[in-house]
Design a protein around this ligand. Structure first.
Ligand code: SAH
Length: 462
């Protein structure tokens, strides 16, 4: 497939500087899936056109895959797809990254550009193609192809030759193509992971946030992986829409301030670590790990062999990682740690095989109707030997001088329970899923209202 980029910016041969490819030469690059050739059909002062021809080797594509007919007979060698994005990043990487050593002033310069791609598959047809490029200021000219010229009654195919005109910096055009080509194709030839979120945000900088189809673009780019899409969209929210994770962060600080006089958090964590050791739990998963307070303690303690933090909040996990990085731990200690972004009300195969699960100050963040889903995920499917659950004791709230009467400790708390409510829930869960349960008070106890935190320790009945 072929991409040409033409400009009438003067001198037009500046395009060669920006692309880091000399207009007088024809260059070839070997890629893992074929060859890319760069050449200039025309290059003079008034008009310069650069061409990227991608020659995909279909045999290279099938080598590592199961040998089905589909692996051999497909459109991959002939259309612009994620292979094309990889080619753009490898062959025009400097231009895509907005760097130009010889003429740095050109990088930011908007110039009249015409990009032509033959051929581009559009899952979503002409309408979707236009909806992707027109909001970015492109004038879009399309030529659609029939499915088969000899059978016009079969209708049109999803393949287009596309011409895109705009006056923008070249790096921006390349970023648009890099992101939107696989989005149109609605496929990627490689497995997507967290790195793809970072790439999307990097190449989408300055335009994706404002794009009316940012959600669909993000979903398709990340192959509809819910966890990754959510992480990316959280970072693409408008600055004036509060980021749900940062709101949580503020609320965490408020809760810590309420509880501070007791240094309750530390007492709670000490207690959890002691209970884990009493139960010989060396492999521990911290469900709803937040910013990693417990993980930090476990990681520093040689007793623990495998430590995993799980949280739905990508931001919390990022903060955790930064905080733990600062410990400068030796490599073998690091290897014990794993961070997983996941929701606790859905089963997740990665969270299996642990001696104990710690669920510290988390259940009160779950909507009550979702609590039963969480119970099944934890006690029925994950089924660790020991489960430690802590939650605020609402009876104690009257003792917090800074907490207005009748309010909960944290704005995200969906509920806070009395001791009898928590014990009733815990006993019912224990009976339902064959766990014995014992209770502990955490923090200084007061007559009548008990302790600020209540803890249930569940042990599996074999
Ligand atoms: N255990 C930590 C954090 C408690 S705050 C500590 O004691 O410091 C509650 C945490 O639960 C938050 O980080 C929040 O992101 C997480 N959380 C809330 N609902 C969740 C869900 N459905 N799945 C996974 N994590 C969840």
């Amino acid at each position: 497939m072929l991409l040409t980029i033409a400009t009438t910016h003067q001198p037009a041969t500046d395009l060669g500087y920006l692309l880091h490819k000399h207009p007088n030469r024809c260059q070839s690059f070997s890629l893992s899936f074929g060859e890319a050739h760069v050449f200039y059909p025309e290059a003079n002062n008034e008009q310069c056109t650069a061409a990227l021809l991608l020659d995909i080797n279909p045999i290279k594509l099938v080598r590592k895959r199961t040998l089905t007919l589909d692996a051999y007979v497909n459109d991959r060698p002939y259309v612009a797809s994620s292979f094309f994005s990889v080619a753009i990043s490898q062959v025009f990487g400097t231009a895509l990254g907005g760097r130009c050593k010889d003429k740095p002033e050109l990088v930011e310069t908007p110039m009249p550009l015409v990009a032509k791609i033959s051929v581009l598959p559009s899952h979503g047809g002409e309408g979707f193609l236009r909806e992707l490029f027109e909001p970015l200021g492109y004038q879009v000219t399309l030529q659609n192809y029939p499915l088969d010229e000899t059978f016009p009654e079969w209708g049109q195919s999803k393949y287009f030759t596309v011409e895109l005109q705009n006056t923008i910096p070249l790096s921006l055009l390349l970023s648009h193509l890099y992101v939107l080509i696989p989005v149109l194709d609605n496929n990627k030839h490689y497995w997507v992971n967290e790195d793809e979120v970072e790439k999307l945000l990097r190449h989408g900088e300055g335009w994706l946030k404002e794009h009316p189809l940012k959600e669909e673009i993000t979903k398709r780019y990340l192959k509809r992986q819910y966890r990754l899409t959510r992480a990316a969209l959280a970072q693409l929210t408008e600055p004036n829409e509060p980021d749900p994770d940062s709101v949580e962060e503020i609320h965490d600080k408020e809760e810590a301030a309420v509880e501070k006089p007791l240094s309750l958090n530390q007492q709670r964590l000490n207690c959890v670590v002691a209970v884990l050791k009493q139960n010989n739990a060396k492999k521990v998963v911290d469900l709803g790990c937040g910013q990693g307070n417990l993980l930090k303690m476990l990681l520093k303690d040689n007793y623990f062999e495998q430590i995993t933090g799980v949280d739905v909040s990508y931001r919390a996990l990022e903060i955790t990682k930064e905080r733990l990085d600062r410990l400068h731990l030796p490599r073998n200690q690091w290897d014990k740690l794993q961070l997983i972004q996941s929701g606790l009300t859905y089963t997740d195969k990665r969270i299996a095989g642990y001696d104990a699960a710690a669920v510290i100050e988390v259940i009160e963040h779950l909507d009550l109707p979702r609590l039963s889903a969480f119970e099944r995920v934890l006690f029925e499917f994950t089924r660790p030997q020991t489960v430690i659950v802590t939650t605020p004791n609402i009876e104690y709230n009257v003792k917090f001088a800074s907490l207005p009467a009748g309010t909960l400790r944290h704005k995200d708390h969906r509920f806070e329970w009395t001791r009898s409510q928590f014990q009733k829930w815990s006993k019912e869960v224990g009976e339902k899923f064959s766990y014995s349960v014992e209770f502990q008070n955490v923090g200084d106890e007061e007559l009548e209202v008990g302790s600020p935190t209540q803890m249930a320790v569940f042990s599996i009945i074999n």
